[in-house]
Design a protein around this ligand. Structure first.
Ligand SMILES: *Cc1c(COP(=O)(O)O)cnc(C)c1O
Length: 387
């Protein structure tokens, strides 16, 4: 009998039922390796669904959490706090534009805040989002999300959201008007199938927003924190957004989100929004250690080099089951000619954990600290399963 079995049975009895789970109990992780309850090792290309860019249990983050855990765990933003003050300054210095920052607890929450700020700052209501875009599961973020199977059971959603084809500047220009509060998009669509923005698209979105007086909201929940080869994916384009939305790998795996608002908009009106846990000192301490590690270990460059290597290796394989290999940095997708699910199971049996991105895209989202040796094993397993 496997030591995974009692964990699986115990969790099955009381879990919500919302998640299609894999028959595996993960109990420990280090770097890009995860271990199940039997001690079997897996190469992690799920990367905490984007929250583990820094790898599992990075020693500097673990030390920061341990130190802060015995100092102060709770401090709402009605008070100032040393860790929060330091993190705000350090994150602001790392952003590609001058910003004020709202801290919260997840990606969906950061998107919600971004949408509310867009309405506050513009005095308008309408939001233009993109087809295949994913922004989270709460009612506002869900209204911006495109996938009908996520949306339809919960209609009616928030009014005045429209969706245009991603990557098509003309259709975007037609959709944005004097009544548009904001355009919301991802620099690379993650859940929507790993689709990098075509060249010039983000710059066109910036110009269209400027012409109509709308805000540009960029959702970097999945692409942020070195994933695509820059600390923030928007830096590839040089485009400056009004609002940058962050979460997932911000605090090396702990639940945290942030919304950066360009200083040209000034401070937000007092009391307009808030969060009990926002700016929590434990999370700020973890996020500080994480940001320092992204910078000191040059993880943007590592993601760029390893991602280019991985794309080249995958494209050179004879893979008759694959229609296209695409990506940016270490956000890599293989579009298959059939459903991805059986291939995820076959990879798991070979000790490689990977993700879907829609029904027929295999997504690789490894921690950026993954070694070339581990990547070789991933490539060999993919060749084996899809060859
Ligand atoms: C995951 C994701 C979200 C939602 O984040 P949660 O923390 O799961 O709420 C929003 N936007 C993008 C682009 C994402 O990938």
């Amino acid at each position: 009998m496997s030591a995974n079995d009692p964990i699986i049975a115990g969790e099955q009895q009381f879990t919500s039922g919302l998640y299609p789970k894999r028959p595996l109990a993960i109990v420990r992780g280090i770097g890009a390796r995860l271990y199940d309850a039997d001690g079997r090792a897996y190469i992690d290309c799920v990367g905490g669904q984007g929250a583990a860019n820094l790898g599992h249990c990075h020693p500097a983050v673990v030390a920061a959490i341990q130190a802060q855990a015995s100092t102060l765990l709770s401090c709402p933003e009605i008070f100032y706090n040393d860790q929060r003050a330091a993190y705000l300054a350090e994150l602001a210095a790392a952003l590609p534009f001058p910003a004020r920052i709202f801290l919260c607890n997840s990606g969906a929450e950061a998107v919600e805040a971004g949408l509310k700020f867009a309405r506050l700052l513009s005095g308008r209501r309408a939001i233009v989002a993109t087809m295949r875009g994913f922004h989270g599961r709460t009612m506002g973020a869900l209204s911006a999300t495109w996938e009908p199977k996520y949306r339809e059971p919960f209609a009616p959603l928030v009014p005045e959201f429209t969706h245009v084809p991603y990557g098509d500047s003309e259709r975007l220009a037609e959709a944005v008007a004097e009544t548009t509060a904001a355009v919301l998009l991802e620099p690379v669509q993650g859940e929507g199938g790993v689709r990098p923005a075509p060249a010039g698209y983000l710059a066109a979105a910036r110009r269209i927003c400027d012409e109509q007086g709308a805000l540009l909201l960029v959702d970097e929940v999945q692409t942020g924190f070195a994933r695509t080869g820059r600390l923030f994916a928007i830096e590839h384009s040089g485009v400056v957004p009004d609002v940058l939305i962050l979460a997932k790998s911000i605090a090396a795996g702990l639940p945290m989100g942030a919304v950066a608002i360009h200083t040209r908009h000034g401070p937000l009106p007092g009391g307009a929004h808030g969060s009990t846990f926002g700016g929590n000192p434990l999370l700020c301490a973890a996020a500080r250690a994480a940001l320092r590690a992204y910078q000191e270990e040059d993880l943007p460059h590592q993601a760029e080099a390893k991602g280019a290597w991985l794309l080249e290796r995958l494209r050179a394989l004879p893979l008759p089951a694959v229609r296209e290999v695409r990506g940016l940095g270490l956000l890599v997708g293989l579009e298959l000619k059939s459903r991805v699910q059986p291939f995820l199971q076959a990879l798991l049996e070979r000790g490689v954990l990977a993700l879907p991105a829609g029904p027929n895209v295999l997504r690789l989202l490894p921690p950026l600290v993954i070694t070339y040796e581990e990547l070789e094993t991933v490539v060999a397993s993919i060749a084996d399963v899809l060859g």
